[in-house]
Design a protein around this ligand. Structure first.
Ligand SMILES: [Zn+2]
Ligand SMILES: [Zn+2]
Length: 100
């Protein structure tokens, strides 16, 4: 069984399923301020999703001084998570638990 590693700022928390990993990223880490538009989004998967759903790759590369391999790596992570997890269910669960 492959384990999902959080990976934010070197965080090596590991989870048996991707939904737990995303919940951890969203609830245990500081939020991330988008460098393109200034929106504050959860760190980790949701930050990646925001960047690539809301902005173009060119905007991302400019704002984050990323190179194309960094973009490909994030797109790969996003696709892998979306293939394995029911992201909408995670969002619903976060909204239920949300106390802010
Ligand atoms: Zn973590
Ligand atoms: Zn943004």
């Amino acid at each position: 069984m492959s384990l999902w590693t959080c990976g934010i700022d070197g965080c090596d928390a590991r989870f048996g399923d991707v939904e737990s990993a995303i919940l951890h990223q969203t609830t245990e880490h500081e939020r991330h301020e988008c460098r393109v538009c200034g929106a504050v989004v959860p760190e980790g998967y949701f930050a990646i999703r925001h960047a690539f759903d809301e902005h173009t790759r060119a905007e991302y590369v400019r704002a984050y001084e990323a190179d194309s391999s960094a973009v490909r790596e994030r797109e790969r992570i996003k696709a892998e998570i979306e293939a394995k997890a029911d992201v909408e269910r995670i969002v619903a669960r976060l909204n239920e638990d949300g106390d802010d």
